[in-house]
Ligand binder design. Structure first.
Ligand code: F6P
Length: 478
């Protein structure tokens, strides 16, 4: 058996500092819960040792102090980076070039050469740091857009390694990708091709990638396999799932029931619409507010009879595009409330901050509609979490066609996030949907997402990775 290295920008823990005292807690988020669930359930049988590698949030000295208190059944391996370089890699290249471009916001991309240099440097840091730790029989699973060049750096040093790469955000069409300077395009695509298997959430993202590979490199692409310099690189679509049982069984948790009752009491006979997102321009928060406004304008009979609970979670606030979004949303919510509301009723109840798990499930299960309108989203786990949480099979999902999750959830009321009239119409349709139709739609969506949960996702990826590596070795022997 071999060792498994999970590699991502963030480690699955958050280090907290209170005065001189350091402590840590397990982070939340799709990647962490997906990979942790797999490691807990199946990792033991497959790998002798599991190590999670990511950039440390604290200094080397602080790490020494806090690492004594870690109690996970896998090891953490921190990568230390100089603050300025990290900033240019994370806020710069990853989140001000790749993120906007891959989410179809090309005008937001800021192509500063020093960002790309820092991006390469941090990827080299990972590769250099791991050089002495990796043996040829080990498996490496690289995650996301922060580390696209890493597969080739590792493969070059250690060609026998088994390397998987999974992209958690969309891969854009060539017309978007080619907006980057040519040498960046080459380095990114060639970096990704160091993997034995490259995974995406949807077939469309995989096809965009294959098209970029054909246009940018000398590789031959056939049946979704890339042939380059005597190697073959496999590709596939693996739509990430959630821990279905955790969300489904939370319905009756004591804390959830108490909080849900508070919400039900607060809304009385009013309808409740709910949404929760990181503060990100890709999430379409502004579009959904415009759609809600349209709904109120077109359906004055609902004034005073509906509440929109809008939760926005702080994110990446060192980047101006994110900070400016907050101002726009604050202002729009204020306008909406003053235009339609009165002393006894506000159309939007707005929270800018985090929700605990119990609070989240209480809102998922108290609402009549979950309104999810990203302008572009790799997957969107909120949609899946909402569906899984509805043990009562009630509630309606209104979902953007631009979310990867829409492929698996066609029973949602699907909207175009730029069409405020359609959003308004679907809000009305959702609020008036007969109970039997809600149950039918919910049951169909639950059946689908419960049959491919997080552990299935990771297992599927690892099985395909094993095949891909076997094919690669055979090719080398022939
Ligand atoms: O969706 C991509 C992703 O990187 C997720 O893996 C992560 O949970 C989310 O965006 C938040 O990103 P950040 O690490 O920048 O806060």
């Amino acid at each position: 058996m071999s060792k498994l290295f999970i590699i991502s920008n963030r480690l699955p823990i958050t280090i907290e500092k209170k005065g001189d005292k350091l402590s840590y807690r397990q982070s939340s988020g799709g990647l962490v819960s997906a990979v942790s669930a797999y490691l807990d359930q199946e990792g033991q049988r497959t790998f002798t040792k599991k190590v999670w590698v990511g950039v440390s949030e604290c200094s080397e000295q602080e790490w020494q102090t806090v690492s004594d208190t870690f109690t996970a059944d896998y090891d953490f391996h921190p990568i230390f980076a100089a603050q300025k370089t990290y900033d240019q890699y994370y806020n710069g290249f990853a989140n001000s070039v790749l993120w906007p471009l891959f989410h179809y916001f090309p005008s937001y991309a800021d192509y500063q050469p020093q960002f790309f240099e820092a991006y390469k440097k941090i990827n080299h840091n990972f590769a250099d740091d791991l050089a002495n730790q990796l043996n040829p029989e080990d498996t490496v699973w690289i995650h996301d857009y922060h580390l696209l060049p890493l597969a080739a750096l590792l493969c070059k040093r250690n060609p026998k390694l088994t390397i998987g790469l999974f992209l958690h955000i969309p891969f854009p069409s060539y017309e978007l990708f080619r907006a980057m300077p040519n040498d960046w395009q080459h380095e990114i695509i060639e970096g990704m091709l160091g993997a034995d298997l490259v995974g995406f959430h949807t077939n469309d993202y995989r096809d965009h990638f294959l098209n970029c590979v054909s246009k940018i490199t000398q590789a031959k692409v056939q049946d979704q396999i890339i042939h380059l310099n005597g190697r073959q690189i496999k590709t596939g679509a693996f739509p990430i799932g959630i821990d279905y049982d955790q969300f489904n069984s939370a319905y009756n948790n004591e804390g959830v029931v108490a909080k849900r009752n508070e919400h039900l009491h607060m809304k009385q006979d009013k309808k409740l619409i709910f949404s929760v997102d990181r503060l990100d321009y890709t999430k379409g928060v502004f579009s959904r507010l415009k759609g809600y406004r349209e709904f109120l304008l077109q359906n004055p009979g609902y004034i005073g009879k509906v509440i929109f609970a809008l939760v926005v979670i702080p994110s990446r606030d060192n980047i101006s595009r994110y900070a400016e979004r907050k101002k726009i949303i604050d202002e729009y919510v204020g306008n909406l409330n003053s235009r339609f509301g009165n002393i006894g009723w506000q159309p939007v109840v707005y929270q800018y901050g985090h929700l605990s798990f119990d609070e989240l499930i209480a809102l998922y299960t108290a609402c009549d509609i979950a309104l999810i309108t990203p302008l572009r989203d790799g997957m969107n786990l909120v949609a899946k979490e909402f569906v899984a949480s509805r043990k009562d099979k009630r509630g309606v999902l209104v979902l953007s066609e631009m979310a990867g999750a829409a492929d698996e959830l066609p029973e949602a009321l699907i909207i175009n996030p730029n069409d405020r009239k359609e959003i308004g119409d679907m809000i009305r349709r959702g609020l008036e949907m007969p109970r039997a139709e809600q149950e039918d739609r919910m049951a169909a969506m639950q059946a689908r997402i419960s049959s491919y949960n997080v552990v299935d996702w990771a297992r599927d990826f690892f099985n395909r990775l094993k095949d891909a590596k076997a094919g690669q070795l055979q090719l080398r022997e022939n």
